[in-house]
Design a protein around this ligand. Structure first.
Ligand SMILES: [Fe+2]
Length: 356
């Protein structure tokens, strides 16, 4: 099976932010975003944050990453978290974090309100950082019925691992009628095809890092990532894969034959697109579309500020599988409507510099 074929041209998924006098995006901008979310499952909104706002977000993220007592995320490769390859951590619901989250909610309100009513829950506010050596996540769907936001608080290059999406694979009523009425079968097949390549890519990358003199990946980490039976859906963990215990990646000789048989149909309907958002860009996506966080090939950390808002009622156990709330958010739950009313002000970046 071939290497992943990924396009880095996201121009057809981009909308340039146009703000009105009240600070929200314009109605025409909202219509373009909604059109992309409905037809492709995601939209890349460029220039939504000012330089100062992005800098503030970056300082805030770095400040919390330096806190040894910070809470850690419960998903998206626990082994990467253990070995410091990723740092996905929920942010506390303090005035500065809530004010920052509210800035996105309010500025994007004409688009977000199309999907999220004011009583819908804010499931998490977090930071997602990845470092060199992180695994390439398998192509997966997050739990259904959520609108997710990633904000680039710093420039992100493809080599740093900007998120990969499979356009048009989101779920909605009747979506199974797409792709000649074979949407479920074909999307599963395409997901398996990609994930087989990602498994090979991760094994090759890990071996390269292990053998490299320039970078340290010790034997224990190598064994933990390749042979451990610990729960983790995003490592090239051969035991769990062979035992069929990886819920996002299962593969069989029959699947391989089907991929071969349907390769032209898969190529006709599906493609991988990788984002490389400049600082100040925001990505909105439907949680139930196929996507993945790639590995970081550089020594520059990849930072995202993230927020997820329910589009419907949410079954709590499923929510916890894909989203990590800070305990302060659980104690003091926020709805989308609360963020819309929140008094926003961009804090002073220097406060974080002093604290750090
Ligand atoms: Fe995800």
């Amino acid at each position: 099976m071939k290497k992943l074929d990924i396009s880095h041209d996201t121009s057809e998924f981009e909308v340039a932010a146009q703000l009105t006098d009240d600070g929200n995006i314009s109605q025409s901008c909202a219509i373009d975003i909604i059109h992309l979310l409905d037809t492709q499952g995601f939209a890349v909104i460029t220039g939504l944050l000012t330089e100062g706002e992005a800098n503030h977000g970056l300082s805030m993220v770095r400040h919390y990453l330096e806190d040894p007592e910070r809470q850690k995320g419960e998903f998206a490769s626990q082994t990467d978290m253990l070995y410091g390859r990723r740092d996905f951590c929920p942010l506390p619901s303090n005035p500065d974090v809530l004010s920052y989250a509210a800035t996105f909610a309010q500025r994007l309100q004409p688009a977000i309100s199309e999907y999220c009513g004011t009583t819908r829950k804010v499931l998490e506010i977090s930071t997602m950082t990845s470092y060199r050596g992180a695994s390439h996540q398998y192509i997966h769907r997050d739990p259904d019925g959520v609108l997710c936001l990633f904000a680039a608080v710093d420039d992100i290059s493809p080599e740093q691992g900007g998120t990969v999406f499979v356009p048009g694979t989101h779920k909605y009523s009747g979506a199974d009628m797409m792709f000649d009425g074979q949407a479920d079968f074909l999307t599963r097949l395409y997901q398996a095809k990609c994930n087989y390549s990602i498994l090979k890519h991760n094994l090759k990358t890990l071996w390269g890092l292990y053998k490299s003199n320039a970078f340290t990946l010790n034997r224990r980490e190598l064994l933990d990532r390749v042979f451990s039976t610990r729960y983790d859906n995003h490592q090239p963990n051969l035991f769990r894969f062979v035992l069929g215990k990886n819920s996002v990646f299962s593969f069989s000789p029959r699947t391989l034959l089907q991929i071969k048989k349907h390769r032209q149909t898969l190529a006709k309907y599906f493609r991988l697109v990788q984002t490389a958002p400049p600082k100040g860009t925001v990505i909105l996506y439907r949680s139930d579309m196929l996507h993945a966080g790639p590995d970081n090939h550089t020594d520059n950390p990849r930072y995202f500020f993230g927020m997820s808002i329910a589009r419907d009622v949410v079954f709590e156990e499923q929510w916890r599988e894909g989203y990590s709330s800070h305990e302060s958010l659980l104690e003091n739950p926020q709805n989308y409507g609360d963020l819309l009313k929140y008094q926003t002000e961009t804090g002073n970046t220097a406060d974080y510099a002093k604290a750090g």
